[in-house]
Design a protein around this ligand. Structure first.
Ligand code: HSE
Length: 453
């Protein structure tokens, strides 16, 4: 009979927002954790660049070290909360080579090198867990990997970035311009001083790759995600969305598709998306996250909660840590996610979606017919079309950046809102290009994809 360990050595890499909260929970909830695990979690050290700097949650000075390698070599469980690629990758590889289990929240690293790290952990018979990498506190990766492993997930749509959800929600509810909503997000501490990773969609794209790995049990990486951010969303887009009964969300979408020639694959995409107001994801406000999952047998599921922040993300880190510790107490090899299915990543042009297109058009006979003809020529059909004389709709027109209605404006133009049926993205994009070239179209006010309809 093997001896049950009385304690397990834990190394913490990073003492930022999340790391400080993990240190707090390990310290203040030590008795609860020991009772649940059957062994004590002993925090043997915290790797930080400057051991003398003050911390949000201050541990005894002797626990802080700038020697990460030496700390990793002493641990049964390594919790990596440094973020970024290096030195996180080298330290995780070192821990795995030592046979230690690893918990990480590092979405950028997993989206880039997840397959390599999962394989290394599986070969070493140890465990690499990463619930905190997507959706903060929301338990979403374990349900995709385990609870739904007897089902076939067809689509995952996530509000996976709290900063952009806050900005878009502000634009929708207060009519704020993008720049003002971003400034407010920075003032509240949601957005970084350099907001690029959030507003350009890169953070959501990394999460899309991770979600797809688990949902489809196949390897995907960041470079396979089509990514568009929210920087070009205008008040005119929001007005048009609201008039059509929709709201704009930045969605990370991973879906199984079959191409016209019968190839099965997956399309991964991040872009601003119109959702009907009654869609469950439309009700996700502020900096919250949510992931909407569609599965063949389960139907529709939604996972909702705080997607960032020290304590919420630390909750997910601790869930992984307790799970690993219980397994170490019980004995047996670690179980690491090793995607086995073969599902090629396909170009975004293969996705099916629908578009809402808002145009400024000349108010003259034959305009609607000319536009309908171009749409039909591209194999796209129109679900709804609505024309509003411009004089009745100055608010929308005025809000479109860079344009304005002259005081003496004669209503010789209209706004035309077209919502298409679902079609291949490729056909929809070329339809918009052709529409732009029509003489009767004086401006393309808004083009956004629509989901959930
Ligand atoms: N910047 C991210 C967000 C933090 O706004 O959601 C969590 O990954």
């Amino acid at each position: 009979m093997t001896d049950t360990p009385q304690s397990l050595k834990v190394a913490l890499l990073g003492a930022g927002n999340v790391g400080s909260q993990v240190a707090r929970i390990l310290t203040e909830d030590a008795a609860m954790l020991e009772a649940r695990i059957g062994a004590r979690l002993e925090l043997v050290g915290v790797f930080v660049r400057n051991p003398d700097a003050p911390r949000d949650y201050q541990l005894p000075r002797e626990l802080y070290t700038a020697d990460a390698a030496q700390l990793v070599d002493r641990a049964d469980i390594v919790i990596e909360l440094l973020g970024g690629i290096e030195p996180a990758k080298t330290l995780i590889e070192r821990a795995i080579a030592n046979g230690s289990a690893v918990v990480t929240g590092n979405k950028a690293l997993l989206a880039q090198s997840g397959s390599e790290l999962f394989r290394a952990a599986a070969d070493a018979g140890t465990q690499l867990s990463f619930e905190a990498s997507v959706g903060g506190a929301i338990p979403i990766l374990r349900p995709l990997r385990d609870s739904l492993s007897g089902d076939r997930v067809t689509r995952v749509m996530g509000i996976a970035n709290g900063t952009t959800n806050y900005i878009l929600d502000q634009m929708d509810t207060t009519g704020a311009a993008f720049a003002d909503a971003l400034a407010e997000a920075q003032r509240l501490g949601y957005a970084e001083a350099d907001p690029t990773a959030d507003v350009e969609g890169h953070d959501a794209a990394a999460k899309a790759a991770i979600l797809a790995n688990l949902a489809f049990h196949a390897p995907f990486s960041l470079d396979q995600v089509h990514c568009e951010g929210i920087t070009s969303i205008t008040a005119a887009d929001n007005e048009a969305a609201a008039e059509a009964g929709h709201v704009i969300k930045l969605l990370a979408i991973a879906e199984r598709i079959r191409t016209e020639d019968g190839t099965d694959g997956a399309v991964l995409r991040v872009h601003p998306t119109l959702l009907p107001r009654e869609h469950p994801l439309a009700a996700v406000h502020g900096a919250y996250n949510a992931v909407f999952v569609e599965a063949e047998n389960a139907g529709h599921l939604m996972f909702y909660g705080p997607g960032a922040g020290g304590a919420p993300t630390a909750s997910a880190v601790m869930g992984d840590t307790v799970s690993i510790a219980r397994r170490l107490v019980r004995g047996g090899a670690g179980r690491t996610h090793t995607p086995k299915a073969v599902l090629p990543a396909l170009e975004v042009g293969e996705a099916t979606t629908s578009y809402m297109i808002v145009l400024r058009v000349a108010d003259q006979p034959g305009v609607l017919a000319a536009i309908a003809t171009v749409v039909a020529e591209h194999g796209v059909s129109i679900e709804a079309m609505r024309q509003v004389p411009l004089a009745e709709d100055d608010a929308v027109y005025d809000a479109h950046e860079g344009t304005g209605v002259p005081a003496s404006h004669e209503p010789a133009e209209s706004l035309l809102r077209i919502i298409t049926h679902r079609a291949r993205e490729r056909a929809l994009a070329s339809t918009v290009t052709a529409i732009k070239e029509l003489d009767v179209v004086t401006d393309v006010v808004s083009v956004l994809r629509v989901e959930g309809n």
